[in-house]
Write a protein that binds this ligand. Sequence first.
Ligand code: AMP
Length: 416
Amino acid sequence: MLNIKKPRGTNDFFYDSSKNLEFIENKIKNIVKLYGYGRIRTPLFEYTELFTRGIGEGTDIVGKEMFTFEDRGGRSLTLRPEGTASVARAYIENSMQNEFAVNKLFYLGTMYRAERPQKGRYREFNQFGAECIGSSSPLIDAEIILLNINILKEFGIDNVNLLINTVGCSKCKPSYNNALKEAIGNKKDELCETCQRRYDINILRILDCKNDRCREIIKDIPKFYDYVCDECKEHFDRLCEELTRIGQSFTVSNTLVRGLDYYTKTAFEVQTDALGAQSAVLGGGRYDNLIGLFNNGKDIPAVGSAMGIERLLIILENQNNIISERLDVFIAAFKETENEVLKIMQKLRANNISCDYGFSAKSIKSQFKYANKRNAKYILVLGEDELKKGMCRLKNMDSTEEKEVSLNDIHSNIEK
Ligand code: AMP
């Protein structure tokens, strides 16, 4: 016997959990339509340079979380760890800038990161992402935040904490990095080992560290806002104004930098305690310099977000919000009447009625039991005597009402 289990940090979704996933995805698809987004599907794997250059060499994702392998020709490929870099590549590769001045794209799909698995953190997980490319207006930053919060609301998740920050642009980021270096100064040696490395290669990542001592050291660090240029300040002020105007509460978090290098100006994250400990369900920000990487250095402003679908699933399941889709009709037949089953089911399905037959069930009693387990709304019994008259027995499993109906007219007796 082969004893093969699924790889660590992956999930099998079936029956209820897969129905719930589909429910979540369908609802999201309907909501994004209201905001004018169109779906984009990009490959599950890309050339590795896309991520190393796009996300940044000094990030946790590129440094230790990518699933990378070589193709037969020796070129390095990587399973996508996130969606934005692929969307940016696809945008330029397909000249979408010639299509519309502003392109609103969303994706739903699996991402791959070799993280230490735990509840809500997997090596294969699903994300919903929205990317709006072509506008530098803070209005669009506000809209993308509202889109995400409205999605959470639609799922009954009201109690959320929206954190926002400005992380500056290529002009002003270096002066903040220097201020941070100076502020940490001689406490560098007291940082955890990882942060001592981060200090030299990607100092902003220190702000994300969960280590108590590191958190203590960065408690009184300078505020990004005090170091960013006037353009970044204005952008951030306008975003705060827009959110306030619309009645969306938020907290300015000075340490919010997010795990990817490409963010400029706006960074945001939504946390909820519905996941147990306070934790992130989605995040995003502006990335005004990412597209330039694929466009001969010509930047195109953009903003995006990514939401963890499994985290949403956990929240919904904790709320006992299980989606139950019922089978309309379950057919019970005898050996002598089984020949009619497929024909009847063909007709029902042509009338948009879901139905099924036991196929391996034996006695009528066991077929009734199975119909109950399948939570069917009706059970249709094909008895020999009724069949001779062109009839069958239809029982409503909720009201227990039972009647004889014509085989030609079953569908009009089914209440959907
Ligand atoms: P990020 O792409 O890191 O900005 O993450 C955006 C969202 O994706 C997070 O807020 C989580 O909800 C979700 N997410 C990120 N990493 C994982 C993971 N390893 N497993 C499950 N969900 C994740």
